[in-house]
Design a protein. Structure first.
Length: 135
């Protein structure tokens, strides 16, 4: 379980680095639109492959997708980014690129903090158990 959390944590950090490096800005290949959040990121299992050989259901982001949208064609558009229920999809419809990036950045930073705290707690419990056994 901890190894899964570690992998998700690393992917969240990689996604944040991609965002911070301007990864979602307009592409020279598609200058009329910004890149699709998650779909056109290196964190997507289908990144760079239009045939989409990997099933979205197997994607690491599925844990963050609203349950009733997990069977949609592109479920990562339904990751809830705010407590008010804003999703990637709703930001495409109603937000600017700047608002979308700010909301995504805040969501990524919060998920990273949560996972780091969970992993630190698990690590502390393991050290405590080890100490108790040594007694």
């Amino acid at each position: 379980m901890d190894s899964i959390r570690q992998k998700v944590l690393q992917r969240l950090k990689d996604e944040l680095a991609f965002l911070d490096s301007g990864g979602y800005q307009r592409s020279p290949n598609f200058p009329w639109r910004a890149r699709y959040i998650f779909e056109e990121s290196p964190s997507c299992p289908n990144f760079g492959n239009r045939t989409r050989p990997n099933r979205c259901v197997d994607c690491w982001l599925m844990a963050f997708v609203v349950p009733d949208r997990r069977t949609d064609q592109v479920p990562c558009r339904f990751v809830e980014l705010t407590q008010q229920g804003a999703t990637v999809d709703s930001l495409y419809r109603c937000g600017t690129l700047q608002e979308t990036e700010e909301t995504l950045r805040a969501w990524l930073q919060e998920r990273i903090r949560e996972l780091e705290m969970q992993l630190a707690h698990v690590s502390q419990e393991a050290r405590t158990a080890s100490f108790e056994e040594a007694r």
